[in-house]
Write a protein that binds this ligand. Structure first.
Ligand SMILES: Nc1ncnc2c1ncn2[C@@H]1O[C@H](COP(=O)(O)OP(=O)(O)O)[C@@H](O)[C@H]1O
Ligand SMILES: [Mg+2]
Length: 538
């Protein structure tokens, strides 16, 4: 007996009259594939909405045409399809399949829920289907009753075969007549991971015959252990998960269009990359994941440190290969997290590496300068003093953004995001007061304060309130207090060389004093003497 495929389950629900279906998956490509299939089988046009792209039309090959970039409000779009009238031209012809991508952050807003429920009850004529693409968390209770969920499991052999053929065609390499062993080797991978595994084997061997099986199997091990120079990351964060950092967000949404095939045909050069520099916990890694998600590109993480891990002398070769694989998978986002660590690690370890580190840096830099494939590099760094100066030279990145501590307004946004993520309504909290009490806190520290407040309140058996957050914030010395001088230097440097990532003016840090600051990670370490017991300097 063959298992019912996710597509069969979707089609069954829709044939039974469901007008709204929840598709739960991290793999947006497959969700789009299902939506395309459904639209084709129903003979309806496919529209896709996401907050970052607005309202788009997808043709039968999945090519995207932006219809209304200003349609960023999910309520407006839901009303449009429910009305199926002249208010929204995209739905004026009546029937349509509407795919609402990354809609989960909106499903706790009352008006959105209300309009989703309206959509559940629209007439069958003209035929309208709304597909909610979510990451698989539970739906709010009042939607769960009305909206069926189709879970999308890992790809089956047929999906993997489709990926394999696509990779072979893109790379122009030959394929084994019997592809079963290759497909088996790739089982357990997501579609994107399978692409990486097949792509890497194709680049290395020049074919996808049977000799590629061990390559794919090895690649799978690496993907699973995530210890190689290149791995796929699930890009599960959207622009709404980022508080503040308005200037980067704006920069990115303008560049999104310039990255498409249309833009290339028009003669617009694809953006090359950005360097995000700033305090640890400021949301730099978060932004890297957001870029990939909102541009709908695969996210490849490149770990420059890992290229040194192999056999001595192979490091350069490893970098070249990783970069070639990234190019083979373009368009994609190549994320180099904490680039300063990877690029300075070997030289400082005191080993006689015969200039390997320098050559690896050189390889990476010249690739960044010369590459033509649309690979968008997002590099993050916490420190400038460890960065090779050549990296900062013009032409390597389109922009260098400095991620400063969040301003009071940004702290309010960040607190609201993390309260909402834990099912709390930010309106129940005094965000103003909390933001005032957390000057100098990074986004990560704000999240930590919210997380601990929940733990404390739960232990007390009460609902979490302002007081819990205030108490946990007071118990924290934010990193910025102990690295004040370092931060000042970073800010001075950034003012001259980088663009500010946030829209607000940076605040002065709260006055230091009140004893020896203890970092959270120090406080948690039982081997560090308690504050006051020794004249310890930060
Ligand atoms: N601006 C922000 N908005 C919302 N959450 C944030 C922000 N900055 C940090 N966070 C939270 O802190 C976590 C850690 O931040 P991260 O992106 O790893 O910081 P960095 O890479 O700059 O050190 C994030 O995953 C997110 O949950
Ligand atoms: Mg980081």
């Amino acid at each position: 007996m063959t298992r019912e495929s996710p597509y069969d389950r979707l089609l069954t629900r829709v044939r039974a009259g469901a007008t709204v279906v929840n598709l739960a998956s991290h793999e947006w490509q497959r969700v789009r594939g299902l939506a395309l299939g459904l639209a084709r089988d129903l003979g309806l046009p496919l529209r896709a909405w996401s907050q970052s792209a607005g309202l788009c039309a997808l043709d039968e090959r999945g090519r995207v045409e932006v219809l209304d970039e200003a349609a960023t409000d999910p309520v407006e779009v839901l009303r449009g399809i429910v009305a199926a009238g002249p208010e929204m031209p995209a739905f004026a012809e009546g029937g349509a399949v509407l795919l609402m991508e990354d809609v989960h952050p909106f499903l706790d807003h009352h008006p959105v829920v209300r309009w989703v429920r309206e959509a559940c009850h629209v007439a069958q004529e003209p035929r309208r289907v709304v597909l909610l693409a979510t990451l698989g968390g539970p739906l709010p209770a009042d939607l769960a009753k009305e909206v069926p969920t189709v879970e999308i499991p890992l790809p089956g052999p047929d999906d993997l075969r489709r990926v394999l053929r696509a990779v072979a065609a893109e790379q122009g390499v030959g394929l084994a007549a019997d592809d079963e062993p290759l497909i088996d080797a790739a089982r357990g991978l997501t579609v994107m991971e399978a692409r990486l595994a097949f792509g890497a084997a194709a680049v290395r061997l020049g074919h996808l015959g049977l000799a590629a099986v061990p390559e794919v199997a090895a690649e799978k091990k690496h993907v699973i252990r995530r210890q190689r120079a290149l791995s796929f990351e699930e890009a599960d964060a959207t622009l709404d998960d980022v508080g503040g950092l308005e200037r980067v967000k704006r920069w990115l949404s303008v560049r999104r269009l310039a990255f498409g095939a249309d833009a290339r045909a028009y003669g617009v050069e694809a953006p090359r990359g950005i360097l995000l520099l700033g305090v640890p916990g400021g949301g730099k890694s978060l932004l890297a994941r957001v870029v990939a998600r909102s541009w709908r590109l695969p996210l490849l993480r490149f770990d420059p440190g890992a290229v040194f891990a192999g056999i001595v002398g192979e490091s350069e070769q490893n970098v070249r290969e990783a970069l070639r694989v990234a190019e083979a998978l373009a368009p994609c986002v190549l994320w180099i997290d904490e680039i300063e660590k990877g690029l300075s690690g070997v030289g400082s370890s005191g080993q006689t590496d015969g200039g390997t580190a320098a050559r690896v840096v050189g390889t990476l830099l010249s690739w960044m300068q010369d590459r033509t494939a649309p690979v968008f590099v997002v590099a993050t760094a916490n420190r400038i003093d460890m960065l090779p100066p050549e990296l900062l030279r013009k032409g390597r990145f389109d922009e260098i953004f400095f991620v400063d501590l969040p301003t009071a307004a940004e702290r309010r946004q960040i607190l609201a995001i993390h309260l909402r993520r834990r099912g709390r309504d930010p309106a129940d909290f005094d965000l103003e007061g909390l933001a005032a009490a957390t000057a100098g806190f990074t986004g990560a520290e704000l999240e930590q304060a919210v997380r601990e407040a929940l733990v404390d309140a739960f232990a007390e058996g009460v609902e979490v309130a302002d007081a819990h957050i205030l108490a946990s914030a007071r118990a924290t010395w934010p990193l910025s207090r102990t690295m004040g001088d370092q931060l000042d230097a970073l800010r001075r440097w950034a003012r001259a060389r980088a663009r500010m990532a946030g829209a607000g003016e940076p605040e002065a840090l709260p006055a230091r004093g009140g004893g020896v600051p203890v970092l959270r990670q120090e406080a948690a370490n039982p081997f560090i003497p308690q504050a006051g017991s020794a004249g310890r300097e930060a």
